[in-house]
Design a protein around this ligand. Structure first.
Ligand code: DLL
Length: 455
């Protein structure tokens, strides 16, 4: 039997994080948001020591992993020593399914979610009371940074249920002092009605679902610009600045990014500030990010593009140490919150990348280029097929309603040419009529791999 304890065994190791009471004025920043880089790193050091001991003492899988690599939490003497500890990935959590990675006994668990499992068997995500409080306060931070104010009404169209999006956003909005409308995903006509009747200032959903909602408004004869919405807090899938401009123009609102993943907590690991709109600040008082080369795992410096790896600093139920996210991005100095580093927009997941005759392609690259061409819409899919033993990529893209087919075809040629020069691959193109491609109901699937059908 493992003896579980949230407090570490060695007297020399710092105590776990305890949540502060919510401030009387909820529009105020948390004090940690204003910490300097030095203060953040000092806090990270203390919290990492706690996390390493907590995981080693209470989760046999971490103990086995570290013992087999000949490392011990005592070896952590400065921040850079984190690299001594091996990385983990989804496999580590799958092997511990359902509850073997928990570092506290079940009577301290208050919530259990599961990761979406789109890439295989689901993994468990569990929270203590403090974990839920931390999560709510970080989502509230992201919302406040995005321009949401206490007293606003929030239409929450992230999916409720095992997915962390719905309940994560919900608790954050309440924590900020907002009135939440727990709409969940889907039922677009109903969403249009609720937004029209309840007049929320804020919408939270995936960027592609907001595009689907714009269609829903148009079908109801309503210009999305005439809705009450002023702020959109969008995430859960990669999107581009071109998409932000599209959405801001369509709805006449400000759109900010929110990033997170279930394994770490859910939404709210990082959030974008409306003043700068220059990428998400990672809340480094609770998460320590690193960037590594996805092939050889070598550490990469700030500004270098690679795979994002995260360590939780305060999570009690499920401490996560050096988790490989497969998300590709870079770390940049903080701006609106100078002590916390920013992450550039995620270009994509390494497992969402199309490799076409040796060239790596992400849907975000296509999105960025398509949105530069004013006869083409943001609605497209990518089909990969192997008709004659050679991989072929076909982009199906809807013309804009305002463009003729002829103009859209000229735009399509331009798209192919720009993809050739900027991404380095040739592709086929099909212009399709408006409203013919499937719309998003949450995370949008853009890639259809038909190669197995051709083999
Ligand atoms: O998608 C959590 C979330 C919910 C984030 C609502 C933001 C808003 P998972 O289902 O575990 O959790 O998926 C996590 O989604 O590793 C990224 O690949 C992708 N992702 C999430 N947010 C962003 C974003 C939620 N803002 C995976 N930009 C992550 C790009 C994102 N990709």
């Amino acid at each position: 039997m493992t003896s579980h304890s949230v407090a570490p065994s060695s007297a020399d190791v710092p105590q776990p994080w305890t949540p502060p009471a919510p401030p009387a004025d909820r529009s105020q920043l948390d004090s940690e948001e204003l910490y300097s880089r030095d203060e953040i790193e000092a806090l990270q050091y203390e919290r990492l020591r706690w996390t390493l001991h907590h995981a080693y003492n209470n989760v046999p899988a971490y103990k086995e992993l570290y013992d087999s690599h000949g490392v011990h939490p005592r070896d952590f003497k400065q921040l850079s020593d984190l690299e001594l500890f091996p990385t983990i990935d989804k496999e580590f959590l799958r092997a511990a399914y359902p509850f073997k990675a928990l570092a506290v006994p079940m009577d301290q668990i208050r919530r259990i979610h599961a990761s979406s499992g789109t890439t295989g068997q689901p993994t468990t995500v569990a929270y203590t009371e403090n974990d839920i409080e931390m999560w709510a306060s970080l989502v509230a931070r992201c919302m406040r940074a995005a321009g949401v104010k206490p007293g606003y009404k929030v239409h929450n169209a992230y999916g409720y249920g095992l997915f962390t999006g719905g309940l994560g956003a919900h608790y954050g909005a309440e924590r900020l002092g907002c009135a939440v409308i727990p709409m969940s995903g889907g039922q677009t006509e109903k969403q249009v009605q609720m937004i029209t009747d309840f007049e929320p200032e804020v919408i939270m959903c995936t960027p592609t679902y907001l595009l689907a909602l714009a269609d829903g408004f148009a079908n109801a004869g309503i210009d999305p610009k005439d809705t009450s919405l002023k702020v959109a807090v969008l995430g859960a899938e990669p999107w581009t600045d071109g998409m932000r401009q599209e959405i801001e123009k369509l709805f006449d609102l400000k759109a900010c990014d929110i990033y997170g993943l279930s394994e770490l907590m859910g939404p709210g690991v990082a959030g974008e500030s409306v003043e700068t709109q220059d990428g998400c600040h990672i809340w480094e008082d609770h998460f320590r990010p690193e960037i590594i080369d996805p092939i050889n795992e070598n550490a990469l410096g700030d500004g270098e593009h690679g795979e994002l790896v995260f360590t939780t600093l305060t999570r009690e139920a499920l401490p996560i140490i050096r988790f490989r996210t497969h998300d590709l991005t870079s770390l940049e100095p903080g701006t609106a919150r100078p002590g916390h580093r920013r992450m550039k927009r995620v270009t994509g997941r390494s497992d969402d990348m199309i490799i076409l005759r040796g060239v790596n392609i992400f849907p975000t690259q296509i999105e960025e280029i398509a949105l530069e061409i004013d006869t083409l819409s943001p609605h497209f899919t990518l089909e990969i097929a192997r008709p004659n033993r050679m991989d072929e990529l076909t982009i199906k893209i809807e013309r804009r309603e305002t463009a003729t087919l002829q103009d859209a075809e000229a735009g399509g040629k331009e798209l192919q040419a720009r993809i050739k020069t900027r991404v380095g691959c040739s592709c086929k193109l099909e212009i399709v009529e408006p409203h013919t491609l499937a719309r998003s109901s949450g995370k949008l699937r853009r890639i259809y791999d038909l190669r197995e059908l051709n083999d």
